[in-house]
Design a protein around this ligand. Structure first.
Ligand code: FES
Length: 227
């Protein structure tokens, strides 16, 4: 297989370039992340990429694989063409090679105040009924890999003013939580921010989420609550 990898080191390069690495998938695999680690160990230790858990939990190795945002650690080489083009997540500033700057992305998430805000500190465990839990769905399963926001055209054009699907999904997760008492304030902040109304339902977010989450549906639910 040939891996065509976006290379850019701002300390040495005036502009990005592509570098081609030939690998034997039987030796370097089975996953795409394994191949990157193999290249780093055997061919080129200057190649930069993030990874941690290596099992689809932490979200740190999100990258663009043949035009689609994915996690390298859960992408089997056998699913890919013999020529694989790897780029950093689109629409985010590149720090080096496949590593992007997530400061803006995390900032939008932080703006959602992503923690439970009960009316008063509970003295015992706060239980939910099955029906209350049902409203939350899987919205809390987001691992903040950035695949969705980086695939969203509105986030490309308005990175500063559009919170993006991951942040809005987090906002919905707390608005929908029966134990949270700050829902009204959250919705007012979101209405003033206007991000939910910048979503045009392109659905790229749902198409690329490695966990199969649907941020676009959460944004629709937020709009309903705001209305
Ligand atoms: Fe943690 Fe891939 S390394 S999700």
């Amino acid at each position: 297989m040939k891996l065509v990898i976006y290379r850019y080191d701002p300390d040495h390069d005036t502009r990005p370039r592509e570098q081609v690495y030939a690998i034997d998938p039987d030796t370097a695999g089975p996953m795409l992340l394994d191949a990157l680690v193999w290249i780093h160990e055997h061919l080129d230790s200057s190649l930069a990429f993030r990874r941690s858990c290596r099992e689809g939990v932490c979200g740190s190795d999100a990258m663009n694989v043949n035009g689609r945002n994915r996690l390298a650690c859960i992408t089997p080489l056998v699913e890919l063409d013999r020529r694989v083009v790897l780029r950093p997540l689109p629409g985010m500033p590149v720090i080096r090679d496949l590593i992007v700057d997530l400061q803006g992305f995390i900032g939008h998430y932080r703006d959602q105040q992503p923690w439970l805000q009960p009316a008063q500190l509970p003295e015992a465990e706060q239980l939910q009924s099955p029906a209350q839990r049902e409203v939350l769905g899987d919205a809390g399963d987001c691992m903040l890999c950035g695949c969705c926001t980086s695939a969203c055209p509105t986030a490309w054009w308005h990175p500063d003013t559009f919170a993006g699907p991951a942040a809005l999904l987090a906002g919905w997760r707390f608005v929908a939580d029966s134990r949270d008492a700050a829902g009204e304030a959250r919705l007012q902040r979101m209405a003033a921010d206007g991000s939910a109304y910048q979503c045009h339902g392109v659905m790229n977010c749902a198409a690329v989420c490695p966990r199969g989450l649907n941020p676009a549906a959460a944004i629709v639910a937020l709009k309903r609550r705001m209305a």
